[in-house]
Design a protein around this ligand. Structure first.
Ligand code: HEM
Length: 429
């Protein structure tokens, strides 16, 4: 049985009884339960600090290891000795586990779940955002941002408004929908499906969350295979048509080429929506929570890129990245066997005092350095676009709404790996 399923069903304790004292294991299980409470979601960092106090590499109660140190996480991401949990690894975990759920099997065929050599050529074929394609998106991103801020302004006229719903959730789907050429009428449904699909990528999904993810994955498969079929029949000037043209040069079997493009289009949508929405809301929340930094940005908008980077460090959209060991090894003084999993607690690593002095301080003048977009071979291909969206939004925000303020504390969905704000209620003072 997979590690996550064990914890899910409250049986993690049995497997690891020989390794760690029961009180210690119970404390770790209860720490993770705290992460799912409203308070734990609002501020998971004390939990991370407690985990770090047990060493930068600590055994997880459900098997595998938790990594909280910045350097050790960075090393794992950059090393060839650590692999993605790919389809071979997932099958090995046995049937009936989260890793063999239909949604997990589907994810195992997407780019971030591939290992070399396949990963290398699929990534190369994906291309994604070079300077000229980014330049082409600059105008639309500014326009969509302006439009969502117009709606915000209208609502603020009457009092308060939910920034998360009106801006953060709208902008990423408008941008990626425009880029992929998806009908506007489909955007809301695709966004809902993404919220459900992401559960299969969570740290410890429950059976009901996996069922939601399986259903969303099936609907997304239909949507994107239809899209690929349409673009095959009527190619246009869009990424899906371009990927088809590239794959036709690499793969003589048309069905295989179509399937490769389907997996790419599916993953791009999944990768682009929640993560970017979370960044937009978190960044705004952090700045409203730090009025002096906000005022500084109002007077000095050239600090906008630094504010985006510090937000990505302070509370990144993705708090956990997982890898498995390619061979028996020693990491941070701990013996790890081939195929064992490590969870890189990126949110914790970003607050590692060995990397960042005064890590709890939200500081726009910090030396850069974060793992929000991962690192090494799987470094996020959408990072330039996510940065462009966040910087464009922040520029327009401080210019148009210098008196923006928070009405009440927001709430978060009870996740561990993928942060998600449920609201961000703001007004003007
Ligand atoms: C703030 C927004 C974003 C964050 C925090 C983020 C984060 C990440 C992370 C952590 C990974 C690596 C996972 C791993 O190492 O296993 C990743 C991979 C990836 N992301 Fe992003 N992402 C964001 C936005 C986007 C956008 C907008 C796109 C596309 C338009 C995108 C496309 C991808 C792709 C294709 C990969 C797979 C790369 C590979 O495995 O080689 N991401 N992202």
């Amino acid at each position: 049985m997979a590690a996550a399923d064990q914890l899910d069903q409250g049986r993690a304790v049995v497997e690891t009884a020989a390794i760690r004292p029961p009180a210690d294991r119970r404390r770790t299980v209860s720490l993770f339960s705290r992460l799912r409470t409203a308070q734990g979601q609002a501020n998971p960092f004390p939990v991370y600090a407690e985990l770090r106090s047990r060493g930068e590499v600590a055994a997880a109660p459900w098997g595998g290891y938790l990594l909280t140190g910045f350097d050790v996480c960075d090393r794992v991401l950059r090393s060839r000795d650590w692999l993605e949990p790919d389809s071979r690894w997932r099958e090995q975990q046995g049937s009936g586990t989260r890793w063999t759920a239909p949604s997990s099997r589907e994810m195992s065929r997407t780019l971030p779940a591939l290992n070399p050599p396949e990963h290398t050529w699929v990534r190369r074929a994906a291309g994604m955002f070079d300077r000229s394609s980014l330049d082409q998106l600059r105008g639309p991103v500014a326009r969509f941002t302006g439009r969502s801020l117009d709606t915000l302004a209208e609502r603020l006229h009457d009092g308060e408004a939910d920034f998360n719903a009106l801006v953060s959730e709208e902008l990423p789907v408008a941008v990626i929908g425009h880029w992929l050429g998806l009908p506007t009428a489909d955007h809301a449904r695709l966004r809902e499906l993404t919220h459900d699909q992401v559960f299969t990528q969570e740290l410890l999904p429950s059976a009901s969350q996996l069922a939601l993810s399986d259903a969303a994955t099936a609907e997304l498969r239909t949507y994107f295979t239809d899209l690929v079929r349409e673009r095959r029949a009527r190619p246009g000037d869009d990424p899906v048509s371009r990927w088809l043209a590239v794959w036709d040069t690499l793969e003589s079997d048309r069905d295989k080429a179509d399937e490769a493009v389907y997996f790419l289009a599916l993953f791009v949508l999944l990768a682009a929506l929640e993560t970017t929405a979370t960044l937009l809301s978190t960044m705004t929340l952090l700045l409203l929570d730090h009025p002096r930094q906000w005022q500084r940005l109002v007077l000095q908008p050239d600090l906008v890129p630094a504010a985006v980077e510090e937000s990505l460090r302070y509370d990144p959209p993705t708090h956990v990245i997982s890898r498995v060991s390619a061979r028996d090894c020693v990491l941070g003084g701990v013996d790890i066997r081939k195929d064992e999993m490590v969870h890189l607690l990126v949110g914790a690593a970003h607050r590692d005092p060995a990397r960042h002095p005064d890590p709890e301080l939200f500081n726009l003048h910090r030396k850069p350095g974060h793992l929000a977009f991962s690192g090494g071979a799987h470094y996020c291909l959408g990072a330039p676009l996510a940065r462009m969206e966040a910087q464009t939004l922040l520029h327009q925000l401080v210019t148009r709404f210098p008196r923006l303020t928070l009405v009440r504390r927001p709430t978060w969905a009870p996740r561990v790996a993928f942060r998600r704000l449920l609201n961000l209620d703001v007004t003007l003072v």
